[in-house]
Ligand binder design. Structure first.
Ligand SMILES: [Mg+2]
Length: 349
């Protein structure tokens, strides 16, 4: 088994703005693992609001170098079992969680290709007849919103990012409901205080909102309990749900969780989180970061496990390095090749 890694940055056609950050360029780490002429691809993204200090960046480089040494050591061994490799990687000290998730993705891609299976088949996930993703609209001016509502008028569901500018939120919600016929989800990214959240919920009760994601800052459970009691609109937690350990507690305060590979440490952990959420009767949404078609395609293979799908993170890039899932008016079509199924976009090399 041979291992290599590289860094690349993908550029968006326009800035994606949320309460937490503005993205225009997204740095990625790509991992390739080779065995018997088959290549497994894995990736993760490096977002500035997670890795804001040099220590974290240093740990990313160190983790990659440790993995390089590990793979060169096992090069001559005949490893046939995915779990054996993963178990041995898990005991390497201080491997960055996102780097681990990228390596796991590459190994899953490799082993499912070796077994001539699509990733969802390899993971024994029954594929749902139809996979529909929302399109997420960042915080933007009404003029840009107008353009987007026209562009996405045939999508069945939109997710709208909101800020703590309530007047602006009210205006936009009215405008959206006047100009768009599909379902609406709201993501506040923890930007509201409890009193702002109460005002927003009261206003949004007048509209048919599918759910509201992370209305309060993470770890505001006392206020969340109060908010939950005062509304019928389902509440989904994202920033509060960092790992499988958070799910039990969340089930006392909210209706569902947003699960992402980026924060949960890989696709296998993600699948465990879906099972745990089901055990506690929580709805689930599979979410993503702004990431290449490789990441989105990998997540699409397990999207059948989720109640709600939010896998649009690759659509704004102008220089994606891969071809993978295709999405038309929200409908996800998985790639036709084994494994995750992506091909390298030669024009972007
Ligand atoms: Mg969110």
């Amino acid at each position: 088994m041979n291992f290599s890694y590289s860094f690349f940055t993908l550029n968006m056609n326009s800035p994606f703005i949320t309460h937490k950050a503005t993205h225009l360029k997204v740095p990625h780490v790509l991992i390739n693992i080779f065995l018997n002429k088959i290549i497994g691809y894995g990736q993760t993204v490096i977002l500035p609001y997670y890795f804001y200090n040099l220590d974290e960046m240093n740990n990313i480089f160190k983790s990659l170098e440790k993995l390089k040494i590990f793979f060169s050591k096992i090069q001559k061994e005949k490893i046939k079992d995915l779990n054996e490799v993963l178990n041995r990687i898990r005991i390497i000290k201080s491997i960055n969680l996102n780097i681990y998730s990228a390596v796991e993705m590459a190994l899953l891609d490799l082993f499912s290709k070796m077994n001539q299976k699509y990733l969802h088949e390899f993971l024994s996930i029954e594929k749902r007849e139809e996979l529909i993703t929302s399109m997420t609209l960042g915080i933007k001016s009404i003029d840009l919103l107008k353009i987007d509502l026209d562009k996405y008028k045939n999508w069945p569901v939109l997710k709208i990012k909101m800020s703590n500018n309530l007047k602006d939120n009210y205006y936009k919600v009215k405008f959206i409901f006047e100009n768009y016929k599909g379902k609406i989800r709201i993501d506040a990214n923890g930007s509201w205080s409890i009193s702002e959240a109460k005002d927003m919920f009261k206003f949004l009760e007048n509209y048919n909102i599918e759910f509201i994601e992370q209305p309060l800052a993470a770890d505001s459970f006392r206020n969340l309990a109060e908010l939950k009691q005062s509304t019928k609109i389902p509440i989904i937690l994202d920033e509060d749900c960092k790992s499988i350990k958070d799910i039990k507690k969340i089930s006392n305060y909210a209706d569902g969780i947003n699960i992402q590979a980026y924060k949960s440490g890989g696709i296998l952990n993600l699948i465990e989180m879906f099972k745990e959420a089901k055990r506690f009767n929580l709805k689930t949404m599979i979410g993503c970061q702004a990431e290449s078609s490789l990441g989105i395609s990998a997540l699409s293979h397990i999207a059948s496990l989720a109640d709600f799908i939010d896998l649009d993170g690759h659509l704004d890039f102008i220089d994606d390095k891969y071809y993978g899932v295709s999405i038309e008016n929200g409908k996800i079509t998985l790639p036709e090749n084994y494994g995750i199924g992506v091909k390298i976009n030669e024009r972007q090399l």
